[in-house]
Write a protein that binds this ligand. Structure first.
Ligand code: UT7
Length: 330
């Protein structure tokens, strides 16, 4: 028993849109095929948020509502909402700001955190620190992206990968050592050239030219990103278990960012983990960027048991990457 405050994950929520974009449908849109997509990425289908006026906050809100129902708490009790996203509803107000309003979380403050595919891990570490400080009691950490808003559906190299979705967790104080145990987060802005959106920021504000040059879509040099992801996600996950004096046997689940099944396999191999210990739902949702890790927790929540040790790992645009150790205690 320790009196130190840790940030326990006390509930999980998730949301994926109804519309299923299959590989077969993509075959009709670009020069690709189901076999290539499945063998090169592991993806069979992804979800797309369709409908006028729907944005990332509209996926965060149902995910958070599930949490409120499960924990039987009112929106007014939420202290803070942090949303990891690179597809905010608007540059400002923030998605968190809009989600608080739509939820009726009138006592909450919040903000968006942009770390691409590592957005949930960055936000989780930040949210945990708010709890650990003793100052906040109920912090929602969400990872949410409407990638279809920035995907060029005529570019076969990127449109097959991404999907839309959101997941969220509630963090609450715990004095028995449950929750976020340790985290290693890294960033290298030198990787920016290989995965980014060229325009729409202060460097290249939107103009007729940026739109006609298709500069408001994801630009990715896939092979370079792949090489970094395979090495860095595996290395940081291994470093995390080493510095906590753990071995593969101690780890119950690897919860990896779902960008490419081959990257996930490499990380599991480096850690010495068998496939049965790896959460994998990329086949159904594709890469939902900040959404992947909390959506895994959402899909697997009924199988998670008290005292399970989880390693959450991500690599993405920035470059950003990291790994977080969780002791499950719901
Ligand atoms: O989550 C954020 C971080 N992002 C990532 O982690 C993504 C990392 N990168 C990847 O996952 C992979 O690089 C991709 C899935 C994006 C691409 O797979 P790849 O095995 O690296 O393919 P490639 O780019 O080396 O392309 C191999 C071939 C090329 O044809 P040639 O030049 O060999 O004739 C491509 O033109 O495959 C072709 N190709 C496709 N063929 C059918 C590229 N995209 C497609 C496609 N369908 N959709």
């Amino acid at each position: 028993m320790t009196s130190k405050i840790s940030a326990a994950i006390t509930a999980v929520g998730g949301y994926v849109p109804d519309y299923v974009l299959t590989n077969a449908e993509l075959e009709k849109m670009v020069d690709t095929n189901d076999e290539w997509i499945r063998t090169r990425t592991g993806i069979s289908e992804r979800r797309i948020l369709k409908g006028e006026g729907l944005a990332t906050s509209d996926m965060v809100v149902p995910a958070v509502k599930q949490i409120l129902e499960k924990r039987n708490i009112a929106p007014e009790e939420i202290d803070c909402i942090i949303v990891g996203t690179v597809t905010p509803d608007t540059i400002f107000p923030s998605t968190a700001n809009l989600a608080c309003h739509k939820l009726g979380a009138v006592n909450a403050w919040g903000y968006d955190l942009a770390a691409a595919c590592s957005g949930f891990l960055y936000a989780l570490t930040t949210g945990a620190a708010l709890i650990e400080s003793g100052r906040y009691k109920k912090v929602i950490v969400a990872g949410a992206d409407k990638m279809s808003a920035i995907v060029d559906f005529s570019d076969r190299a990127t449109c097959i990968i991404f999907g839309d979705g959101a997941g969220a967790v509630l963090l609450e104080p715990n004095t028995e050592g449950y929750g976020v145990k340790d985290s290693i987060l890294r960033s290298d802005g030198g990787g920016g050239n290989y995965l980014h959106m060229k325009a729409g920021g202060s460097l290249h504000p939107a103009s007729v030219e940026t739109v006609s040059n298709k500069e408001h879509f994801i630009y990715q040099e896939g092979q370079t990103v792949f090489k970094h992801a395979v090495k860095d996600m595996a290395d940081v996950s291994y470093e995390l278990i080493q510095r906590n004096n753990l071995t593969a046997d101690d780890i119950t689940w690897l919860v990896p960012h779902q960008a490419n099944k081959r990257i996930i396999d490499a990380t599991a191999n480096r850690m010495g983990l068998p496939a049965e210990k790896v959460m994998l739902n990329i086949q159904r949702y594709g890469n939902t960027t900040a959404g992947t890790i909390p959506l895994c927790l959402w899909d697997w929540q009924d199988r998670l048991k008290k005292d399970d040790l989880l390693v959450l790992a991500a690599f993405g645009g920035g470059f950003t990457w990291g790994a977080t150790l969780i002791k499950w205690g719901v």
